[in-house]
Design a protein around this ligand. Sequence first.
Ligand SMILES: CC(C)(COP(=O)(O)OP(=O)(O)OC[C@H]1O[C@@H](n2cnc3c(N)ncnc32)[C@H](O)[C@@H]1OP(=O)(O)O)[C@@H](O)C(=O)NCCC(=O)NCCS
Length: 84
Amino acid sequence: MAFDTGKIVGFITAISDSVQAAFIPLLEVLPEYQGRGIGKTLVTRMLEKLKHIYAIDLMCDQNLQGFYQKWGMIPSVGMVVRNY
Ligand SMILES: CC(C)(COP(=O)(O)OP(=O)(O)OC[C@H]1O[C@@H](n2cnc3c(N)ncnc32)[C@H](O)[C@@H]1OP(=O)(O)O)[C@@H](O)C(=O)NCCC(=O)NCCS
């Protein structure tokens, strides 16, 4: 999480089996705090924590692929269920 004097201004989460696979479902930075390097720091720290994991996956809109490519992530395809 990222804090500004006690207020949460950004966070990232991951779930993992601690051996082979991890998934990053959420990365969010409050709009007024975006563009200050917070998202980059959160992703960098999470990938450092998960560096022993073989497969690290996340879903994102196409316009964010360039953001994640900074860490060498590559586009892929997948299937999902959404129980709205
Ligand atoms: C995506 C998000 C997390 C980025 O966080 P941020 O704190 O604004 O990003 P940063 O300030 O750390 O930016 C880091 C770098 O990524 C770049 N970047 C930011 N958004 C980008 C995008 N959509 N595509 C490509 N590069 C992007 C920045 O220009 C910056 O580049 P630099 O290091 O060369 O200066 C933030 O915009 C956000 O919360 N968006 C809404 C929620 C969302 O889309 N979450 C992702 C779900 S998959």
